[in-house]
Design a protein around this ligand. Structure first.
Ligand code: ADP
Ligand SMILES: N[C@@H](CCOP(=O)(O)O)C(=O)O
Length: 321
């Protein structure tokens, strides 16, 4: 759940009035998400999502995120549309934070994705990669290999209070990736956080994608690795090969992976597990006092990482070649 910033009623009313989106009927803090503060707005015209961008979002990146959502929607992808205020701006300020209002998407996210969901997601991910191909802006991934060591240092020895030996395990893993991270893979716009909570379905059909605030320019196959991690493991940390097969086949029904991407998949899965282990660990150790947020379990990704460390061939994720 995430509401880090409380907004006084009069400021909220004045902010919404500056958009000309009707009379404000109700505002509810949203209990999902961990990165930003989100509110569901109900006005006399429609429902909207109000986001206050918190610490992890760099204001300088907002034009990329806003421009990307507009670009993808113009190419037929269903994603939130930034609403412009009466002064023409898509980003304003509220309660001391940058803030934006986007359209509300119908659909439900699934807590336990099944094989059909994984296939739909694979296809949707490839369509996102295609739709972003001619997006003119670039944004470096701010949570890639060079950023992992500073995160580990931020957690420091306290990592061992979460699991004995974790600090050393993390450092050894970082050193591996610093030496041998796959280079020169096909790249473009990736979502970089397409977990089940950021994907909506209506009757098992993918109906929309949200939360583009980690989107960046990076390897397409890294995005796939993030999705294999977040969609295809069971609660006991076992990898579900059938789900992996469905996701990869769904992806390749739109965009065939190149041989270099196939070869790189084990390293990318391993690296993306480490990335989420690290951000979750730092968040776990640094919950802001008074925040309405439930930090996510870092050790889920420690267990996934242990699985990837034993993988040597992409067929173990369900690739059939
Ligand atoms: N455009 C949208 N339409 C409908 N619901 C949304 C939309 N954007 C966010 N939500 C809801 O708000 C929750 C948190 O949003 P999210 O973008 O994941 O937050 P965070 O930025 O913290 O990751 C989502 O899980 C979803 O329930
Ligand atoms: N998906 C990440 C957390 C990022 O959360 P979101 O609220 O921005 O989707 C994780 O699971 O660690």
């Amino acid at each position: 759940m995430a509401v880090y910033t409380e907004v006084p009623d009069d400021e909220m009313a004045a902010f919404v009035a500056s958009y000309g989106i009707g009379e404000l009927l109700s505002v509810k803090g949203i209990a999902e998400g961990v990165s930003n503060s989100n509110f569901l707005l109900h006005t006399s015209k429609a429902f909207y999502i109000l986001t206050l961008y918190e610490e992890r979002v760099d204001i300088a990146d907002l034009p990329f995120f806003i421009g990307l959502m507009e670009h993808l929607a113009a190419r037929g992808l269903i994603c939130p549309q930034p609403v412009k205020a009466l002064n023409g701006s898509a980003v304003g300020r509220l309660a001391g934070r940058p803030a934006a209002i986007v359209t509300f998407l119908d659909g439900l996210s699934v807590r336990r994705p099944n094989v059909t969901h994984c296939a739909e997601l694979g296809r949707g991910l490839a369509l996102l990669h295609q739709a972003g191909a001619d997006f003119p802006m670039e944004r470096a991934n701010s949570l890639s290999v060079p950023d992992w060591r500073p995160l580990a240092e931020r957690a420091g020895a306290a990592a061992d209070t979460v699991s004995p030996g974790l600090a050393n395990r993390i450092m050894a893993e970082i050193e591996t990736h610093e030496r041998s991270w796959p280079q020169d893979l096909p790249r473009g716009v990736i979502h970089a956080d397409l977990f089940p909570n950021n994907v909506f379905f209506i009757k098992d059909r993918l109906s929309g994608l949200i939360d583009f605030y980690f989107a960046c320019t990076d390897a397409f196959a890294y995005d796939l690795a993030i999705c294999l991690n977040s969609w295809c493991f069971e609660a006991d940390a076992s990898f579900n090969l059938t789900k992996g097969q469905a996701m990869l086949a769904g992806y390749e029904s739109v965009r065939r992976l190149e041989e270099a991407e196939v070869a790189a998949l084990p390293a990318l899965c391993r690296g993306s597990a480490l990335r989420f282990l690290l951000t979750r660990l730092v968040d776990w150790l640094n919950v802001p006092p008074g925040a309405f947020v439930k930090p996510l379990d870092p050790l889920e990704y420690d267990r996934k990482l242990a699985f990837h460390q034993r993988v040597s061939d992409s067929r173990e994720y369900g690739l059939r070649r």
